[in-house]
Design a protein around this ligand. Sequence first.
Ligand SMILES: [Zn+2]
Length: 834
Amino acid sequence: MKKYIVSFFALITLYTSKAQTLSPEAFLGYKIGTKFTRHHQIVDYFKTIAAANSQTTKLEQYGTTNEGRELYLAFVSSKENMERLDQIKMNNRTYASLTKGRVAPLLPNPPAIVWLSYNVHGNEPASSEAAMLTLYELTNNSRQDIKEWLQHTVVIIDPCLNPDGRDRYVNWYNTTVGKNGNADAQTREHFEAYPQGRTNHYNFDLNRDWAWQTQTESKFRIKKYLEWMPQVHVDFHEQGYNEPYFFAPAAEPFHEIITPWQRNFQTQTGKNHSKYFDANGWLYFTKQIFDLFYPSYGDTYPSYNGSIGMTYEQGGIRAGLTVQTNSGDTLTLLDRITHHFTTSLSTIEVASKNSKQLVDEFAKYFSDNTFNGKNSTYKTYILTSDDANKIAAVKDLLDANGIVYGQTNNKGIGYNYASNKDENIVVKKYSIAVSVFQARGAMATVLLEPKSKLSDSATYDITAWSLFYVYGVDGYAIKEKMDIDEIKTTSKVTAVSSDYGVIIPYTSLNCSKLLAELLKNNVKVRYASKPFTVDGFNYPQGTLIVLKTGNTNINWNKMVNDAAVKYNVQPVAVSSGFVQKGSDFGSADVRLIAAPKVALLSGEQTTATNAGESWCFFDNELEYPVSLINAADVWRLDFKKYDVIIMPEGNYRGLNDKQNMDKLKEFVKGGGRLIAIQGAVNLLAQNGDFGIKNKADKEDEKDADSNYNYLKKYGNREREDLPTNIPGAIYRVELDNTHPLAYGYPNTYYTLKQDANIYEFMKEGWNVGILKKDNYVAGFSGFQVKNKLKDGTLFGVYEMGNGSVIFLADNPLFRLFWENGKMLFSNAVFMVGQ
Ligand SMILES: [Zn+2]
């Protein structure tokens, strides 16, 4: 019996040693490419392989998604490298000038770090399948060449950046497909259901979120990324299934801060891939469409952090398991996986064969940044505001990107972002200074420079994002290097006690959040609709007032203090409602804010990303309840349950029905507030009854010269719509901050303009945010668009009966990164129409 047990264990040992080479097929029970693998199965496969190959593979959970799925990184290298993995990391950080004080001696011939990111867009699912094959190939010990590569590289595999989106796609597909995939492109399995799997839980595009990190997946991942700082980073995607494969080098425009070495190695990598693609007769293209400019992608963000950052695109969106393409070929999931698998290995190969040069150039890149402030016209940036929380918000973003800042007492001349001129530097109450003489100086430059230079205007995304405008702070770009000291600790909020009431300033998004918190907890809050003076202090319109009156049955004073600490806003105690100047607290000019019941139109007929921004903002920033109602069902629902209805972009089919339109108007006339965002404003303008009218495209005053601009050249056909193109540029909006929609703002606001829509000045409504002439600030804006975008309204309020319609023609919540727009949206929800 004993003997039998021993041999039984021997058998198990034999099996587990074989388990080291357990293929995806052996683990999953089906051949890769014949089914889509659910995320938990991918995780289980990685766990199994890592456990069986502990000397060469390590798995680390780095986070969890909104829906509770685990985020993992796998580290794969030679046994020798894995034994000194921590040392390799420290060594790499030393090269990146990121270690402080005493540093470990540099390793001789350190390996290059190659980071492979799969499946950031959930419905581009071939890449996570390829990740399993890649892990298998790296660990199964069957290839001598791979063993050699792993002596010169540490490979970091993120098998799925967006598990919630992936499973949304995979579960949908698996419920839709029959016994076999159908290559007929007209079958339902090729038309994905709303909201599709591309985005994460809140319908954010995670490949637009690297720098801003508004989403939980990005926050977790970038923290790890900035720890490791790989020499090479690849972001695996899929594009329309008729397209051939795309790999590096990327298309123009490249941001000018990308170095010749980074460009060269992109080309070298592409040439290595082409060997394999040519040998197999697979088509590919390079240098077109996918550019390197907007800083929040999986290729640019690594590039601005010293890496060779690349996007690979397989044709495959909507392809399912199999599809017939335009060229008459059948494209299978296995084809798509094989191509991504091939470029995965080829990337590791080319990095390993050039590991010394990769590491040397990487070290040089960071020493150029840290000690020479290279590639940056401006050497120092000062950001300043009278509001501590606005500066704190900038600090949070800089921290999230590992950018160091401090403060400076130096004065002199700088480029003033508000006036667009070189002027004497004048700082406000709070300020920080950022020097480009630091490891992440390139990233700092990209985020802070006044105008990013475009080498070509045909780009894929927005072209302006300077943090001064995004955060609504003042500041300067300075050509000189300045001494920067560590920042002094900022003052804390102190609790106040009053038997009468408190004043709460209303100057930043934090104040909107504080207001939301008080309303949510049934505290009665008022706002002053006119400026007033108490104890010698002037308070502008919009200032919040909480009185004992009406709040006697709750511990209002404590609730105000708690919320004030949470949101870092200093309240002021008052003992009387009698003010020195302005209207007393009992006046009709001081208005009670009724806590609104808010509905958000969502689901089919709304743009998923646009509805998702509002949803995420209510859930995670305002922390205020919102009812998501399906736009398709909305006409059957009881509007009386809500005070505010938010209408994101969409193609609301019910709006064509007069009965539905009347119901919407009745809601507003009865005291409701309708908030229309971007495209939805256009829809209401077309209806004609909402007091707003689209400004027509005006024929330009044509002189002979400008006529030439319209002549088309066949060779330029891909660029012919550039004159009417505005991928995302910054314009200065003049605000009427006496209107509740603009409370808390100065009289200007910088908007991210993404379309050519502008509206006639409303004769019957309030034109709260308008463009005059010459309000263009930065970014690409085609000449026809520039001609049109002037003398019109972008933000306005039209009163109908007892309610109002609020027009936000530019989306202030775009990707939730345009921080300074969020208060405008909050005002629309809480302040307007009270
Ligand atoms: Zn993609």
